[in-house]
Ligand binder design. Structure first.
Ligand code: THG
Length: 262
C-alpha cells in the first residue's frame, strides 16, 4: 500500500505554530519522522486557520524540500494554491484533491496535467457525499470520463470514496468498502483507490483501534493507498500483516522487521 503521511497539516497545533512562527525545525522533524516510519509520500495542508494559504503552502513545501525529495501530496481546495504548490514540490507530486463537481474538475485537471501530477478525486458532487456506494460510483465514473476527456491516464487517478467519522455516519463505512471494490471495475487501466483514514475515528475514544480495524478491512477490499498517521506503529504493523495475509508480501518469521526495514 502506498502510505501518505498525514501529519504536516495545520489542523495539528504544533504544525500551526510552526507555520505561524516560521519554525522550520518543527516541520522538518515531522517530515523526517514520517519517512523513517515508512511513509512513501507526505501530505501537505496549511489547515483551515491559515489567513495566507498561498504563502503558507509555499513556505511549508520549501521547508520540507530542504530535507527530502520525497513525493508530496498538495492538500488544498484552492486552484492558485495548488498550482503554486505543485510548481515548488516538483516531480511525482499528487494533487489532493478535486471533487466530482464539473467546475472543480475543469479548474484542477489542467493544473494536474501541466505538472504531470497524480490526481486524488473525492466522490463528492454538488449534493454532497452520497449515502450509498451507487451514488459514489456514479460520481467516480463521471470523474473518470472527465479525466479521459483531458487525456489523463486513468492509472494516475486515485478515487477517494470519502470515509466519515463512524460515530456520526455509521452506515458510510460499508458504503466506502463497497465503493473501493467496484471502483476497480469502472475502467481499464483501473483507477487507484485511496482514503483519508483518520477521518473514520474522529470523535471516538478508541481512535487507533478504529483506524487499524478499518484499514485492514479496506485493504481486503482492494485499497491501494491511504493518508494515515505512519507514527502509529500498531497501525503500520496491521497494514504490513494484512498485506502479508493478502499475498502482497512474502512470508518469513520476522516479516514485521523485514518489512519495516525495507
Ligand atoms: N481525503 C483526502 N485528503 C484528506 C482527507 C481525506 N486530507 C485531510 C484529511 N482527510 C486526512 N488527514 C487527517 C489529518 C488529521 C486528522 C484526520 C485526517 C485528525 N486530526 C485530529 C482530529 O481532528 O482529531 C487533530 C488532532 C489535533 O488537533 O492534534 O484526526 O479524507 N484525499
Amino acid at each position: 500500500m502506498l502510505v501518505i503521511g498525514e501529519k504536516i497539516n495545520g489542523m495539528f497545533k504544533s504544525v500551526r505554530e510552526g507555520i505561524q512562527t516560521k519554525n522550520k525545525k518543527i516541520i522538518q522533524d515531522i517530515a523526517r519522522k514520517q519517512l523513517e516510519a515508512g511513509a512513501d509520500v507526505l501530505d501537505v495542508n496549511v489547515g483551515p486557520a491559515s489567513a495566507e494559504p498561498l504563502k503558507d503552502m509555499a513556505w511549508l513545501i520549501e521547508t520540507i524540500r530542504e530535507v527530502t525529495k520525497a513525493p508530496l501530496a498538495i492538500d488544498t481546495t484552492k486552484p492558485d494554491v495548488m498550482d503554486r504548490g505543485l510548481t515548488i514540490a516538483g516531480e511525482n507530486s499528487f494533487l489532493n484533491s478535486t471533487t466530482g463537481e464539473e467546475e472543480k474538475l475543469n479548474a484542477l485537471l489542467p493544473i494536474a496535467k501541466k505538472h504531470n501530477a497524480k490526481i486524488i478525486a473525492l466522490t463528492i458532487d454538488k449534493a454532497g457525499i452520497p449515502n450509498h456506494a451507487e451514488g459514489r460510483l456514479e460520481i467516480a465514473a463521471n470523474i473518470i470520463a472527465k479525466a479521459m476527456e483531458h487525456e489523463i491516464d486513468t492509472s494516475n487517478l486515485y478515487i477517494d470514496a470519502v470515509i466519515l467519522p463512524v460515530n456520526v455516519a455509521q452506515q458510510h463505512s460499508a458504503a466506502v468498502l463497497e465503493t473501493i471494490k467496484q471502483t476497480k471495475l469502472l475502467c481499464d487501466p483501473a483507477p487507484k483507490t485511496i482514503l483519508g483514514l483518520s477521518n473514520v475515528s474522529q470523535g471516538t475514544n478508541v481512535r487507533t483501534l478504529v483506524d487499524r480495524t478499518f484499514l485492514v478491512m479496506a485493504l481486503a477490499s482492494g485499497l491501494d493507498s491511504a493518508i494515515i498517521n505512519p507514527l502509529d506503529k500498531d497501525l503500520m504493523d496491521a497494514m504490513i500483516t494484512a498485506e502479508l495475509l493478502l499475498g502482497k508480501n512474502i512470508y518469513c518469521d520476522s516479516f514485521l522487521n523485514a518489512y519495516r526495514k525495507k
